[in-house]
Design a protein around this ligand. Structure first.
Ligand SMILES: Cc1cc2nc3c(=O)[nH]c(=O)nc-3n(C[C@H](O)[C@H](O)[C@H](O)COP(=O)(O)O)c2cc1C
Length: 197
């Protein structure tokens, strides 16, 4: 039986993302990142398909991936000035580690709806955020424009069947995030007692 862990529950109840711009060195070391990605993969997964994979961007690879962004951004926005292109080139260098969570569904697994396979990738993103929190790091799940750009996907090595579920930026938080407004409990939660309740 699971044991109650009120401290963990309280920690999750105050969980917040830390903006990528506020994530500094150091990032997680090799062993810690490995452990965090093990947690990311420990998600519900209908059919045991493992319909996701992870690309780690760190060190100089962030700049190399940034070149992909710069190239694709120029193709989308031919009128963009050099400053705008430089901004795009530097996006992945906002944090020490960026994990690209790739939704990699198995189209042959016809009994498992695509939607469920994609949801499992979302769960992997959230597990990675929570693993970051408990490992003592800040993290933010971003998509921005480049999660939806086919040329970026190909440039990062995704296949035509894959898409980015999220770029999870991870590092040491330079500032504690402030609380943000949350949806009111009663506006989102009802005790169902029949249709129309
Ligand atoms: C799928 C997904 C994509 C997101 N993409 C962006 C984004 O591109 N830009 C952004 O500012 N926030 C984005 N967010 C929101 C942040 O990850 C985060 O929710 C927000 O910073 C505050 O969240 P918190 O409640 O975890 O603190 C995204 C969230 C999700 C779930």
């Amino acid at each position: 039986m699971p044991e109650a862990d009120p401290a963990a529950l309280a920690r999750l109840a105050t969980r917040r993302s830390v903006k990528a711009e506020l994530l500094r060195e150091p990032g997680p070391d090799e062993a810690t990142l490995h452990a965090m990605l093990d947690v990311a993969m420990r998600v519900p997964d209908h059919g045991k398909l493992g319909p996701w994979r992870f690309l780690i961007l760190r060190g100089e690879a962030r700049a190399a991936a940034g070149e992909v962004l710069a190239r694709c951004f120029r193709a989308r926005e031919p009128e963009a000035d050099d400053a705008a292109v430089a901004f795009e080139r530097g996006r992945f260098e906002r944090a020490p580690v960026v994990v690209v969570v790739v939704s990699s569904p198995n189209a042959r697994a016809v009994k498992i709806p695509m939607w469920e396979q994609q949801l499992s990738s979302g769960a992997a993103c959230q597990n990675l955020l929570n693993a970051s929190l408990f490992a003592g790091f800040g993290a933010q799940w971003l998509t921005e424009w480049y999660a939806y750009d086919d040329d970026v996907a190909r440039g990062l090595g995704l296949t035509a069947d894959e898409r980015v579920a999220g770029f999870v930026y991870i590092g040491s938080a330079s500032d504690a995030p402030e609380e943000r407004t949350r949806p009111d409990y009663a506006s989102r939660v009802i005790e169902w007692k029949g249709a129309g309740s």
